[in-house]
Design a protein around this ligand. Structure first.
Ligand code: G3P
Ligand code: MG
Length: 225
């Protein structure tokens, strides 16, 4: 079962920061997940729509200027990193799951992944691009059809894994609260992997493994090494 550090090692360091990414690498993570949003012409690694929970700033991230976002404390003195800064830190040392958090992210991620392959030693096989925003994900798949995509769902769809197959996804990424054996079996029948978020307890991992789940996103990669 693959273990993916969720927002970096976010149970041990401020989520989606360079510190959390560095820690995940030190823990030997084979894969790291992060969230990206676009603001002021830049891709920022940040989960929430608003800045309050994870920084000392205020407002909706996508409406802010680069200078304002660069000035914020994202926890323990960390800054909100750009996707490029994270790529430059990782330099092809593990797989990177890039979650497109909203509009206007697909084109920029297509451009940056190409640049990181040319300049930072990544290969196309090291990216998995995922999203709850299925139109944005479909757009990314048109731009970079050679890159694996993960179709996210936070619920149990009526037609199970059909939506992910229609998107041409490599994996169906489901919330731990909704995944069940029927969904896993249906996804596997359609040739899809099943990745589940967010799993921090070893007992839950064991249950999911018995269900046939292929990987988990965890805030505590140290518990699964
Ligand atoms: O990609 C898995 C997981 O990160 C999706 O949910 O809200 O944690 O980004 P969220
Ligand atoms: Mg995410």
């Amino acid at each position: 079962m693959q273990i993916i550090a969720h927002r970096g090692a976010s149970g041990l360091a401020p989520e989606n920061t360079l510190k959390a990414i560095r820690l995940a690498l030190e823990l030997g993570a084979g894969a790291i997940e992060l969230d990206v949003q676009q603001a002021d012409g830049e891709l920022w690694v940040f989960h929430d729509r608003r800045l309050e929970r994870c920084t000392d700033g205020h407002g909706v991230l996508t409406r802010q200027s680069r200078a304002y976002l660069e000035s914020l404390d994202a926890g323990q003195g960390e800054r909100i990193p750009t996707l490029w800064q994270v790529m430059a830190l990782i330099r092809g040392r593990c797989e990177l799951h890039i979650e497109l958090k909203g509009d206007h992210t697909a084109d920029a991620v297509a451009t940056l992944t190409r640049r990181a392959e040319a300049e930072l030693g990544f290969t196309p096989a090291q990216w998995i691009v995922s999203s709850f925003h299925h139109p944005e994900l479909a757009r990314f798949a048109l731009l970079r059809p050679e890159i694996r995509i993960g179709a996210l769902t936070a619920n149990l769809p009526l037609q199970l894994a059909r939506f992910a197959e229609r998107l041409g996804a490599w994996s169906l990424n489901c919330d731990v609260d909704f995944v069940n054996a029927e969904l896993v079996a249906d996804a596997h029948r359609r040739g899809l992997k099943v990745l589940v978020y967010t799993v921090d307890e070893v007992a839950d991992r064991d249950t999911l493994e018995a269900m046939g789940v292929d990987g988990i996103f965890t805030n505590r990669p140290d518990r699964f090494s």
